[in-house]
Structures are given as C-alpha cells and as structure tokens.
Design a protein around this ligand. Structure first.
Ligand code: NAG
Ligand code: NAG
Ligand code: NAG
Ligand code: NAG
Ligand code: NAG
Ligand code: NAG
Ligand code: ZN
Length: 497
C-alpha cells in the first residue's frame, strides 16, 4: 500500500468500526426504524407543482450499493434510499436489449421507446435517417415542452455537454445523438444540428435553465486552455461554421426583452443575480465538466453538480406555476466506461449531494422528486469480502490461480483494464493475471479487472431503480417500463392530455 492509501484505510477503519455491531439489538433497531417509517407512508395526492428528475447516467443498482458502502458502510442509507416509494425500470429500447443513453432519455422524457442513438423521435426513425426524423409525426414532445405549455418553467443541468445524449431529447429531434454540431452532420444534410436546435428552436429557446459543458459545440473555432482543452476526438463535435450560438442566445433574449444571464465559471455563478435572471445559460467547459475530484474549484473553475442545481432551483422557483427540472450526473457513466469504479462511485456521491440539496430546497407537499438512472454498467460486487472492508479493496485470493482479486470487477473493459488480466512477464510469456495486491486499488484511476476486452466497458442491460418522494410518488411501485416515467410525471403534474 502507498502512504496515501494507508491513511485512507485507517480513516475508513475508524469510521466503520462503530458500525460493525452484530448483536441482536442492533439488527432489531435497524429493522424497527424501517418498519416505523413504512407504517407512516401515506399517498400524497396533491398535484405536483414542481418536478425534479435526477438521472444518474449508468447508475445501476450495484453502483448505488458501492456508493452507500463507500460513504458509510453496509448499513448506511443514501438520501434517496429514504424516499417513501420506489420501483424498477426495464431499460431495453425499441431495437436493443441493452440500450444507450439517447434512447433511454427519450423514453423517460417523451413516453415511448425508440431506436438506439436517436434523440426525440419515435421508432419509425432509423438511426442516422435524417429524412425520417424531419417528419412531424415522428417528432416527440418532451416533459420540458409540456411544462412550458402549462406555463411552468423548465430547464436542465448536466455535467456533460448540454448537447449530449441525456439532455438533448428534452429539446431536440435528431436521427443521431452524434449530430451535436454541424461538423458531424453528413454532407449537405437537411437536418439541423442539436446545438442549433437548443438555441434557435422551441422548446430549447424557451428553457429557463441550461447548464453544463459543450462550448465547442456552440461557438465556432472555440479555443481551449490547459485546464479546459478543446477536443477533436470522434466522440465529440467541433463547430466551424462561423456561428456563435452563445451570442445568438443573448441576442434572442435581448430582442424578446427577457432578463437573462450567461455565465462561464464559478465566479460568475457565485455572483449570479437571480432576481434579474429569468433565463440562465451556464456553459462551464469546452467539453464535459471535470470529474468532481479533479475539478478546479477556484473562481475560474467549474461548479459542482449541486452548485448548479442550487442556482437552477432558485431561478425556476420564481415561476408561481412551478417548474420541471432534469438533472444529469453524467460523469458517472464516463468513469464506468473507462473502468474507473472509484470515480464512478464518487460521482454517484456527488449526485447524492445534489439530491440532498434539492430535497432541502423543496417541499415534499408540492414537489415530485425522482432519482433514477438510464441504464446499468457491468460492474459487479463479489468475492465474500468481510463486512467493513473497503469496497475498493481485495476480496480474497482465487482458489484457482491463488492470486488475489478485488471486490469490484467489470464484465467488459478497455485496454486499460485488460492489462490487469493478462500481462507479459520478463521472458515475454503470457501470465494469467496481475496481482492487485501490487497496486493501489484505492486510487481513483485504478482500473478493475475486466473479463472481455473491448474499446471500453459497455453498458449493462439490467433494471435500474427509481426512487420517488412527493406528489404521486406512489405511482412508482413495481417493475415498470422505462417510458412509464413520462406517463407517471405527466399524470402527477397534470401535463399534456
Ligand atoms: C398560459 O398563459 C397564457 C398567457 O397568459 C394563457 O393564454 C394560457 O391560457 C395559459 N395556459 C395554461 C395551460 O395555463
Ligand atoms: C454537396 O453540395 C455541393 C454543392 O451543391 C456539391 O458540390 C457536393 O457534391 C454535394 N456533396 C454531396 C456529398 O452530396
Ligand atoms: C474556423 O476554422 C476553419 C478551419 O480552420 C476556417 O476555415 C474557418 O474560417 C474558421 N471560422 C471562423 C469563424 O473563424
Ligand atoms: C430578490 O427578490 C426577493 C423577492 O422579491 C427579495 O426578497 C430579495 O431581497 C431580492 N434580492 C435581492 C438581492 O435583491
Ligand atoms: C491478498 O491480499 C491481502 C490483502 O491485501 C494480503 O494480505 C495477502 O497477502 C494477499 N494474498 C496473496 C496470495 O497475494
Ligand atoms: C525466464 O526464463 C529464465 C530462463 O529459463 C528463468 O530462469 C526465469 O525464471 C524466467 N522468468 C520468469 C519470470 O518466468
Ligand atoms: Zn454510456
């Protein structure tokens, strides 16, 4: 162990030792407290004036379990684990057993299952079929659009680019999630890129809150800095058509006489004049926002998810008719794709902090608060580690090759995780598996072992949990279709038909 991990380990032992009781009184008290809570649960049949929907991207049940154990040990309860109602969501899409984030977000926000990698269009639109996506019958209306039609406010906050797969189905219709700016559209396409739809089209241009990353999608030839570089990777888009959609946003709001603020860093967020802001655009990065543990917390840096959520609620709650807010914890998924379980878990806890803030800032009498996920990841928890062990630690040696293995592992992974599975010894022979005892498994970027090598860890197809508090939260009560989320919210908040 490195000194840092020894310190972390000692701190961990100190915090959990008191929780390691095994006497009958301890277990009885735990269960009786739960029973008392259960007996107090009542249906709340008030209309949901406000709705806040949290989406932990890639936050499957195992990620939640690991986050709970990391934060406070096995018996700990996360804030949303105390919500009165919950259910499971089946995440398959119209054409895939295991989905991506575009079709799952579209299902949750617009009420039907659709094809993988498509945004805000029904299953009549095949992936990348621009013409099909232009048919008005194919275009879906989102919860954000319905909230605006009901004279409520609407908006979203994400740690991803504001044009990315999870937020974009709130405002865009696109046959491909990758058409974030003009540079990734096919040549001579008659389709409009996602960033332009956000700023130019309804409902995007009427959203009261838009916060996240993605400056290089919005502004032509954006320049980067050391801490906030631009990216030319095929996974993103770099605008070069001469447009500056942030300036376009300001011009549009000024022309319509709307009080607005455009902010770019922590300092500007801290100084936000909420009373004079009805429309808020916060673009804090060229790309996705930084992982929480690496974030520049200084005045020039990027805010945390909970700092953005606090500002969003302050702006949205000015509308006496209420609001709809979607919050995405997206870096959780980014970390899982890279096989960095500790970062994914830490991001889950950063989202939990934002959920706590939202719960504190709102009233369960009139605000439906939902915490869920779009899909799982292949991370598993196994190996019979002792109670009170570090969730990132070693479970035990394998009975087969006698080499230790960690409690967390992935079914699939990128090259980074594979090197821990097979590596080459000094004589060039392949040996079975790298011994995790030789590495600091508590490091944020420790890559847990993966069974199958791919370009990255892939999504899981298991059910995700949905936790709910407030009006009509009891509508989440068993195993639901993912697109039921839209129907339950519409019913609770009286949106649409
Ligand atoms: C929303 O407000 C407009 C303008 O005040 C009004 O005409 C319309 O009826 C309202 N719609 C709803 C659903 O309340
Ligand atoms: C796009 O349009 C231009 C100008 O009309 C034409 O020269 C070019 O061949 C077209 N490209 C494709 C791929 O259709
Ligand atoms: C952006 O860069 C491209 C490629 O270098 C160039 O052709 C274009 O003129 C630039 N656009 C602006 C608005 O600077
Ligand atoms: C903002 O408006 C609220 C409600 O009208 C008021 O109580 C508060 O003092 C105002 N804050 C500032 C900084 O003007
Ligand atoms: C397995 O890991 C434990 C805990 O780090 C260590 O004490 C033990 O020596 C390791 N055993 C083997 C066989 O590597
Ligand atoms: C490499 O080969 C040499 C010579 O055969 C042998 O002595 C040594 O143990 C081998 N090393 C490993 C790591 O297998
Ligand atoms: Zn993903």
């Amino acid at each position: 162990m490195r000194p840092r991990s020894i310190l972390a380990f000692c701190a961990f032992i100190v915090t959990v030792r008191s929780a390691l009781r095994t006497d009958r009184q301890f277990w009885t008290d735990l269960a009786r407290n739960e029973l008392e809570e259960a007996l107090k649960v009542k249906w709340n049949l008030n209309p949901a004036k406000n709705v806040i929907l949290f989406v932990g991207d890639g936050m499957g049940p195992n990620t939640v379990t690991a986050a709970r154990i990391y934060k406070g040990g096995e018996s700990h309860r996360l804030v949303y684990e105390k919500f009165p109602h919950m259910g499971l969501l089946k995440t398959y899409s119209a054409n895939k057993m295991v989905p991506d984030s575009a079709c799952t977000a579209t299902a949750m926000f617009s009420g039907v299952k659709v094809n993988q990698d498509t945004i805000g269009v029904d299953a009549s639109v095949p992936h990348r079929d621009c013409e099909a996506s232009l048919q008005s019958e194919a275009r879906l209306k989102s919860l954000a659009a319905l909230a605006l039609e009901a004279n409520k406010s609407a908006g979203f906050v994400t740690t991803m680019r504001v044009t990315h797969a999870t937020p974009s189905p709130l405002y865009a219709h696109s046959a491909s999630r990758s058409w974030e700016c003009e540079a990734s559209l096919p040549d001579n396409s008659s389709c409009k890129d996602i960033a332009r739809q956000l700023v130019e089209d309804w409902p995007g241009r009427d959203l009261q809150v838009i916060m996240g990353g993605g400056r290089q999608q919005l502004v032509s030839n954006a320049t980067g800095t050391e801490h906030d570089p631009i990216s030319l990777s095929p996974w993103t888009c770099y605008r070069q058509d001469g447009r500056n959609l942030i300036e376009q946003y300001k011009t549009d709001k000024s022309t319509r006489g709307l009080k607005h603020s455009v902010i770019m860093n922590n300092k500007e967020l801290a100084e936000l004049d909420v009373n004079n802001t009805d429309y808020l655009l916060g673009i804090f990065s060229n790309e996705h926002l930084s992982y929480e543990h690496e974030r520049n917390k200084g005045p020039e840096g990027m805010p945390s998810l909970s700092e953005m959520v606090g500002a969003a609620i302050k702006v949205l709650q000015k509308n006496k008719n209420g609001y709809f807010l979607m919050v995405e914890g997206g870096n959780l998924d980014m970390a899982h794709h890279r096989g960095w379980a500790k970062i994914a878990v830490n991001e889950a806890l950063a989202m939990e902090e934002a959920v706590q803030l939202a719960a504190d800032m709102t009233d369960a009498e009139d605000t439906l608060l939902i915490v869920t996920s779009d899909h799982t990841h292949s991370m598993s928890i196994n190996g019979y580690p002792d109670r009170g062990s570090s969730i990132f630690g070693i479970a035990q040696p394998s009975s087969h090759d006698k080499i230790n293995y960690t409690t967390l592992s992935y079914a699939t992974g990128g090259p980074g995780s594979f090197q821990y599975y097979v590596h080459t010894d000094a004589n060039g022979s392949r040996v079975m598996r790298r011994d995790p005892s030789e590495d600091d498994t508590e490091d944020y970027k420790y890559t847990q072992v993966a069974g199958i090598q791919l370009v990255e860890n892939y999504h899981g197809g298991g059910d995700v949990t949905v936790y709910a508090r407030g009006p009509y939260s009891h509508l989440f009560h068993n195993v639901h279709e993912q697109h039921y989320v839209f129907h339950a919210i519409s019913h609770a908040a009286k949106l649409g038909a």
